[in-house]
Design a protein around this ligand. Structure first.
Ligand code: G3H
Ligand code: 13P
Ligand code: ZN
Length: 307
């Protein structure tokens, strides 16, 4: 079993210009699919748990599922809280064995974001736990990504934020957004800004949220079998590769997992309407997650063989 702090993972990723995938987990099949992909590629993994996932599955269940998965595959795995809303939830996850937490104070005024992050850092560092924070705002689901809806991270503020809060990694806003509807027109990220932040924080690991690429094969499959996903669009894979070479050591992926599972289950239901054994549709759904994650590791993140 090998649940670890991400420090060594990020040091190597930064030095070699690749990123580690941070995949959101909500249930057994998702954890198994991701772990199978990581094992096949001998890749480091970050399994991240949102407040919603924690509420859905239970913190203890998720920890035990990850531990069980690690008995089969001895990989370095970080268990991370995604978008921790406050100190109390971060504390609960630290106390429960998470090796990394995100305190998301990005919606707060600058000084309040620093204060809550500092509080989490003080508690986490005494216990050897990593802290990710966020500065800047990502646009919400289905909003057009523009400065009207998102506030991109200011490079000078990022330096001050890191120094004063003591956070170990920083999520930056450069044009990505959560969900499956990221761009109405052409996909565009502010790489100049990313490079400026990275240049001011040499050696420091940055994080890219909202980094699903929304593979069109899943959108088309879901729509073909009764879904209504319209013009879902994500971050092109070459942009993610570029981010990984510009100081981004952690790339967050949730929507692509949802799409892979949902498209697969829709197809199964359409092709086997007589079926009602959940294993019959959860097995291909788990395989779809595995194949998608394996593709990311190998062809997008660049972390194959880096475990
Ligand atoms: O950033 C948000 C993640 O995709 C988690 O989403 O809060 O619905 O679990 P959730
Ligand atoms: P996506 O919605 O692009 O998968 O982003 C997930 C994320 O950032 C989780 O924190
Ligand atoms: Zn996020």
């Amino acid at each position: 079993m090998h649940i670890t702090n991400p420090r060594a993972m990020f040091e190597r990723a930064y030095a070699e210009g690749y990123a580690v995938g941070a995949f959101n987990v909500n249930n057994m099949e998702i954890i198994q699919g991701i772990m199978q992909a990581g094992a096949a590629e001998h890749a480091p993994l970050i399994l991240q748990v949102s407040a919603g996932a924690r509420k859905y599955a239970g913190q203890n269940y998720i920890m035990k599922l990850v531990e069980a998965a690690l008995m089969d595959d001895d990989l370095p795995v970080v268990v991370h809280l995604d978008h921790g809303p406050d100190f109390e939830l971060c504390k609960a996850c630290i106390d429960g064995g998470f090796t990394s937490v995100m305190i998301d104070g990005s919606h707060l005024p600058f000084e309040e974001n620093i204060a809550v992050t500092r509080r989490v850092v003080d508690y986490a560092h005494e216990r050897g736990v990593w802290v990710e924070a966020e500065l800047g705002k990502l646009a919400g689901v289905e909003e057009h990504v523009s400065s009207e809806h998102s506030v991109y991270t200011d490079p000078d503020q990022a330096v001050e934020f890191v120094q004063r809060s003591g956070c170990d990694s920083l999520a930056v806003a450069i044009g990505t957004s959560h969900g499956a509807y990221k761009f109405k027109g052409e996909a565009k990220l502010d790489f100049e800004r990313l490079d400026a932040i990275s240049a001011l924080l040499p050696g420091y690991p940055l994080v890219l949220h909202g980094a699903s690429s929304v593979p069109q094969e899943f959108v088309e499959m879901a729509n073909k079998y009764g879904g209504k996903l319209g013009s879902a669009r994500g971050v092109p894979e070459d942009m993610l590769r570029q981010a990984a070479r510009s100081g981004v050591c952690k790339i967050n992926i949730d929507s692509d997992i949802r799409l892979a599972m949902t498209a697969s289950i829709r197809r199964h239901f359409a092709e086997h309407p007589e079926e009602f054994d959940p294993r019959a549709y959860l097995k291909p759904a788990r395989e779809a997650v595995r194949d998608m994650v394996q593709h990311k590791i190998k062809h997008v993140l660049g972390c194959s063989g880096k475990a």
